[in-house]
Design a protein around this ligand. Structure first.
Ligand code: ADP
Ligand code: MG
Length: 202
């Protein structure tokens, strides 16, 4: 009972947008995904080694779902987790820098076992936004595990991060000890919307 309460608290503190677990995930719907690697990662050894996970793939293929499921499992394993969209984090970092709260925020982040950065997308960051994100990723290096989800191939990260040097350094840290999960294929959302439409017509 004590354990269950503690896990519940950790899940609350992780701020998942929607709670999604692995038992709700249909591996058959996404054939490109390496299921055995997902199962291995769910055991959580990557957290012990402060390794990272990169979830790549086009929209709607279950990246956020998987990142949440991994984070949820980490909470159950006693880890301190925080889920945030990349944009929300960068916005928060910029705000806290204005309000002199940056050091405190960075300390909070450094206490985490797992930081989930959801949806590195097409919206470019300001120069200082990109630098602050780089700072978070550098501090996490070999201390805190990161899960990053993105639909951007590596070649396009520079368009979002601005500087080629910063992108190189960031990728270097992020990918030094990384497990890559690729979820490519038809959007699960789209496939299900289509299936529903067909069902109605039939
Ligand atoms: P992404 O982050 O890759 O854009 P999401 O994880 O947000 O995709 O998935 C979109 C929706 O479809 C979510 O509601 C998610 O739970 C669901 N979904 C995606 N893939 C699967 C799957 N293989 N099994 C069950 N639900 C899935
Ligand atoms: Mg997503």
């Amino acid at each position: 009972e004590r354990e269950r309460k503690a896990t519940e608290r950790r899940v609350r503190e992780a701020c998942f947008p929607v709670i999604k677990t692995i038992d709700l995930f249909d591996f058959k719907a996404i054939s490109t995904l390496n299921e055995s690697l997902v199962r291995e990662l769910l055991r959580g050894e990557y957290l012990q080694k402060s390794e990272n996970i990169l979830l790549l793939g086009n929209p709607g293929t279950g990246k956020t779902h998987l990142a949440t499921a991994l984070g949820h499992m980490a909470c159950a394993q006693g880890k301190k987790v925080r889920f945030t969209s990349v944009i929300a984090l960068v916005t928060q970092l910029l705000e806290q820098r204005e309000n002199k709260g940056l050091a405190r925020l960075m300390k909070q982040i450094e206490k985490l076992d797992l930081l989930i950065l959801d949806e590195l997308g097409y919206v470019p960051f300001s120069k200082s936004g990109a630098e602050l994100l780089f700072d978070v990723i550098s501090r996490a290096y070999e201390k805190t595990s990161l899960i990053v989800t993105t639909n951007l191939p590596f070649e396009q990260w520079v368009e979002v991060l601005g500087s080629e040097r910063l992108t190189g350094a960031l990728l270097d840290r992020l990918t030094h000890r990384v497990h890559i999960l690729e979820a490519n294929g038809e959007s699960y959302r789209l496939a299900h919307a289509k299936a529903r439409l067909k069902g109605k017509k039939a």
